[in-house]
Design a protein around this ligand. Structure first.
Ligand SMILES: [Zn+2]
Ligand SMILES: [Zn+2]
Length: 192
């Protein structure tokens, strides 16, 4: 939906509900669930404030199952008239919460798209306690508690374990002072 900036009334334009936005997102699987915005003019700028909620399909990073994620975003964005020259566009919006409108049209769909993208998790998890996939059998441990106890033995680790065991058996006779005293007499006996 586009708003004609010149037609925004003095008292502002309020948008309640999602009726005017049947498909605001690029991905049709994303669903706008709730919207409450106040669009006001501030000189040549336009302020858009309010909140939105959207449901976006995600894939859990641990168990790889799809799950719906609800993005709840607070909207507080200032739209400035797009500068005439193109180079200035790259330089002006230092603030993340600033954007442009052009040709008297403010693109609300694009605003909703951006706000939703910003609200998506970097590492999606179906739940805080997701137990992920079993590294042994590959099963989803949230669904089927498998009996695999631990990771499969890594041959490189087995070599290190052997070495560690040999070192510890070699080291133990020289271990504590009490043990050393015990062994001295027996060494003498054997030399006789
Ligand atoms: Zn998961
Ligand atoms: Zn398993």
């Amino acid at each position: 939906m586009n708003i004609k900036v010149s037609e925004i009334p003095e008292e502002g334009l309020s948008i309640e509900g999602v009726e005017d936005f049947p498909q605001p997102f690029q991905d049709p699987a994303w669903i706008l669930e709730d919207l409450s915005l106040l669009v006001e003019k501030d000189g040549n700028d336009v302020l858009v404030r309010g909140r939105m909620r959207a449901r976006v399909p995600q894939t859990c990073g641990r168990c790889l199952e799809p799950f719906p994620f609800d993005v709840v975003a607070r909207v507080d964005t200032r739209f400035c008239p797009r500068p005439a020259r193109r180079e200035e566009v790259e330089l002006t919006p230092d603030d993340l919460e600033a954007d442009f409108y052009a040709a008297d049209l403010l693109d609300v769909d694009r605003l909703l798209q951006t706000e939703t993208e910003l609200g998506l998790p970097m590492k999606p998890l179906c739940g805080k306690d997701c137990r992920g996939l079993c590294p042994v059998c590959g099963g989803n441990r949230n669904v089927t508690p498998c009996t695999c106890a631990a990771r499969p033995p890594d041959p490189r680790l087995a070599v290190l374990k052997d070495l560690a065991e040999r070192l510890s058996t070699r080291a133990s006779p020289r271990g504590g002072p009490a043990e050393g005293q015990d062994r001295r007499p027996s060494a003498r006996t054997s030399s006789r």
